[in-house]
Write a protein that binds this ligand. Structure first.
Ligand code: NAD
Ligand code: ZN
Length: 247
């Protein structure tokens, strides 16, 4: 039996979540779906090439994801992280690779969505002034795809596709360089740069700093050897009792 991890109010704590934390809420991880959607490799739909080839197919894919995510509810793992944030305040940082909104629904604030947000839409024109906006609509009709009201270009999902650069990498880097504890939850450790964040902790430990990294998830991730501790199991079962919140 593992000891709980004690968090004092001054612990600087960075958490990175992946698809695994939303699995118990019924949102399929990449692996569960075998990386396929309607016989298309997800990489072929969720990519700039896919968008150029068939924008209607891309919007149908994300409209289905929106409909599915709209039914999902946060689970005990999401709630446990929101509780930790209430304890630590600004010393807590939550970075997610997930595009669903379950962390926010559980009460987390300031979530860094490095791979974008399913319920936002933006203009495809990088020079356009239209900011990404909240959007829960479904675009299933190929003849009625949305257009930007400012510049007339096509509107696209606010999602970081394969081959695109993740969002907020600079603030993330600063937080990871400065934390006492880093935890990854439910991420297979193969999608970079997210899978590489833990390396900063390895480097800092080699320099004599006392920071550490822990992994929580169903199975050992590809980068497991870079964590000092691995707790295997469902995040909704492990996270609620993982921490003691000290004064
Ligand atoms: P992944 O599918 O590659 O890995 C998921 C990991 O979660 C696996 O290691 C699996 O063992 C683990 N897992 C499964 N059920 C779990 C549970 N109940 N508790 C804890 N762990 C569990 O996902 P990834 O590493 O996040 O990378 C895939 C990419 O796909 C990401 O870039 C992400 O943006 C995207 N994605 C997002 C969502 C979402 O928004 N919810 C869902 C699927 C994929
Ligand atoms: Zn525009």
């Amino acid at each position: 039996m593992h000891e709980p991890i004690s968090l004092s109010r001054s612990t600087r704590f960075v958490v990175l979540t992946g698809a695994g934390i939303s699995a118990e809420s019924g949102i399929a991880t990449f692996r569960d779906a075998n990386g396929l959607w309607e016989q298309h490799a997800v990489e072929d739909v969720a990519s700039p090439d896919g968008w150029e080839r068939d924008a209607a197919l891309v919007w149908r894919f994300y409209s289905e994801r929106r409909a599915k995510a709209a039914e999902a509810k946060p689970n005990a793992g999401h709630f446990a992280l929101a509780r930790v944030q209430r304890h630590l305040g600004s010393d807590f940082t939550l970075i997610t690779q997930n595009v669903d909104n379950l962390h926010s629904l559980a009460g987390s604030t300031g979530v860094i969505h490095m791979h974008g947000e399913l319920f936002k839409t933006r203009c495809e024109n990088p020079d356009c002034k239209l900011a990404p906006f909240e959007d829960k609509r479904l675009y299933m009709d190929a003849k009625a795809l949305p257009r930007c009201t400012l510049c007339g270009a096509r509107l696209r999902p606010h999602i970081v596709w394969f081959g695109e650069v993740p969002l907020e990498l600079h603030p993330i880097k600063r937080k990871v360089e400065d934390c006492d504890l880093f935890m990854t939850v439910g991420s297979s450790g193969v999608v970079y740069p997210a899978a590489g964040f833990v390396r900063e902790l390895v480097y800092r430990r080699q320099m004599g700093e006392s920071c550490r990294a822990i992994y929580v998830g169903l199975e050992r991730p590809a980068n497991a050897d870079q964590f000092q501790e691995t707790r295997l199991g469902k995040s909704g079962e492990i996270l609620p009792t993982l921490f003691t919140l000290d004064a």
